[in-house]
Design a protein around this ligand. Structure first.
Ligand code: ADP
Ligand code: MG
Length: 474
């Protein structure tokens, strides 16, 4: 953004001068005093307004005029991105020294209006707004690593040929590993390249809430029509549907309907379908029907690549030593890598200080991701030891085959805790418990969970052990 080749501020000033000449004064002030130039990137001008409403109106009425004038003045194919910023930030910019203008924050809701020849811009924009998609999640800014190549390739294939190759598709994996990013990239790619297709992105929670509302207000038919008339249905976080029987039933019918008419469906889930609880068999068999792909935590090399790419995107730089330190210590997921970077970059920018390794250690020491990361590396052996000590039985006995009453419960509690607080799969946990099957782990987990529902004293014991484990020094 600091690149002077992509600074379009002067062109922007000229653009609004021209527009001012053509519009009634009142109209001009109403809308153009409410938006502001906040920066530019390669062939893109970024404008901000204080609300989505203002932006929607400016986009609907003046977008073409803005883009055309900018293209004419610069002689380049310029696109315009609109973001929402707080009123105070807008006023700051209005006072404006353009060179001090900062990059729009990543979390700002971005509505980009690329110059497109295929669809009328209005259609593209409208669909973008309708389908709740975050436009900043694109294939182009997804860093591919060995943990995600398969999921990435499958997603791209779907986006290029919706309804054809992998239908339905399920992307599963832990929190912060890029499920929403990939799912949204599919949606954004389709809208940009095949705008005649109607894309719908919802989280399972939104789907559930809309369903409940429609039942309450007798609008079931319009709910059904809404979801059954799309060409591409993207539902994020379907684990949310656990235990929601009515919504599951409705989704089951929606699924069948879309499936029969060969409409593309993609779902995401935080675990493999077989590990979901309280999901009807018929619905889970639908989810498992097509392609199931997983996203694993990134390896060290991928973490380095992600950090480098994100630092560059933010126009910042960081020494190899610091990148190595973050990549070594934040191993949980990409979201945690991002928040580490945000914190470090904010520090060096705000205080205008060079970031040292010591400062990095100090700043990251307070990040929850480092604690979360520690949980992940909590070994199953440690869990068995802590639980065994509490019940006065040895690790050897817990892992062994004996079925004494005094051993069964500590064993089941250890399995429960292993599944609850670590990222290990049930198969891995089974292996650590003397080569037991993953179904035994699941059984123990369910058993402890149901005991906890009925027995308060027992619950307290389990929670105490869990707290102890969280505090174990590793
Ligand atoms: P999930 O939905 O799995 O919890 P998200 O898709 O929300 O995770 O990802 C968390 C954050 O990490 C997002 O800001 C996303 O853009 C980023 N992210 C995740 N994976 C990648 C990746 N491979 N490359 C670049 N950014 C990523
Ligand atoms: Mg998500």
């Amino acid at each position: 953004m600091s690149d002077t080749n992509s600074n379009y501020y002067e062109f922007w000033q000229e653009t609004i001068l021209r527009i001012q000449e053509t519009l009634p004064a009142q109209e001009y002030t109403t809308w153009f005093n409410r938006i502001v130039y906040v920066g530019s990137e390669d062939k893109k001008v970024i404008l901000a307004g204080a609300s989505q409403f203002i932006l929607d109106t400016v986009i609907a009425r003046y977008r073409d005029l803005l883009v055309n004038t900018l293209c004419e003045l610069t002689g380049e194919e310029i696109s315009v991105e609109f973001i929402v910023k707080s009123l105070s930030e807008i006023q700051e910019h209005k006072k404006g020294d353009p060179s001090s203008i900062v990059e729009p924050p990543k979390e700002a809701k971005a509505v980009q209006a690329p110059v497109k020849k295929k669809a009328s811009p209005e259609t593209t924009m409208k669909m973008k707004r309708d389908c709740n998609l975050n436009y900043s999640y694109q294939f182009s800014n997804f860093v591919i690593g060995d943990n995600s190549t398969f999921a990435y390739n499958a997603s791209l294939a779907i986006a290029k040929n919706p309804g054809v190759s992998y239908n339905p598709c399920l992307i599963y994996g832990g929190v912060g590993l890029g499920k929403t990013h990939l799912l949204s990239s599919i949606g954004n790619h389709i809208i940009d390249n095949t705008p005649e297709l109607k894309v719908m992105y919802v989280t399972a929670e939104m789907f559930t809430n809309e369903f409940i509302d429609s039942v309450g207000s007798n609008k079931m038919q319009s709910f059904k029509n809404k979801f059954r008339k799309v060409d591409v249905l993207l539902i994020d976080d379907i684990h949310f549907l656990q235990g929601k029987d009515g919504t599951q039933e409705e989704l089951f019918h929606t699924f069948n309907n879309l499936y029969e008419s060969k409409k593309q469906m993609v779902f995401t889930c935080d675990r493999p379908i077989s590990e979901l609880k309280n999901i009807s068999d018929r619905l889970s068999s639908r989810f498992e029907r097509g392609l199931n792909v997983d996203l694993q935590p990134p390896s060290y090399e991928t973490r380095v690549a992600i950090l480098k790419s994100k630092t560059e995107q933010r126009n910042s730089s960081m020494s190899e030593e610091i990148i190595d330190y973050i990549a070594t210590n934040v191993c949980t997921n990409v979201r945690d890598l991002e928040s580490s970077l945000t914190k470090l970059i904010a520090f060096s920018e705000l205080l205008d200080q060079e970031l040292t390794l010591d400062k990095t250690k100090e700043l990251l020491g307070t990040l929850p991701s480092l604690a979360a990361n520690a949980n992940q590396t909590l070994s199953i052996d440690t869990i068995i030891k802590v639980v065994g000590d509490y019940f006065n039985v040895s690790s050897f006995e817990i892992k062994g085959k004996k079925k004494n009453k005094s051993l069964i419960q500590p064993r089941q509690i250890s399995m429960y805790l292993a599944r609850d607080i670590t990222e290990y799969s049930t198969t891995e946990i089974g292996t650590e418990f003397g080569g037991r099957d993953h179904t035994t782990v699941m059984h123990s987990f369910n058993r402890i969970e149901s005991l906890m529902k009925s027995d308060e004293a027992f619950t307290n014991t389990v929670l105490k052990l869990k707290r102890d484990l969280m505090n174990v020094k590793r």
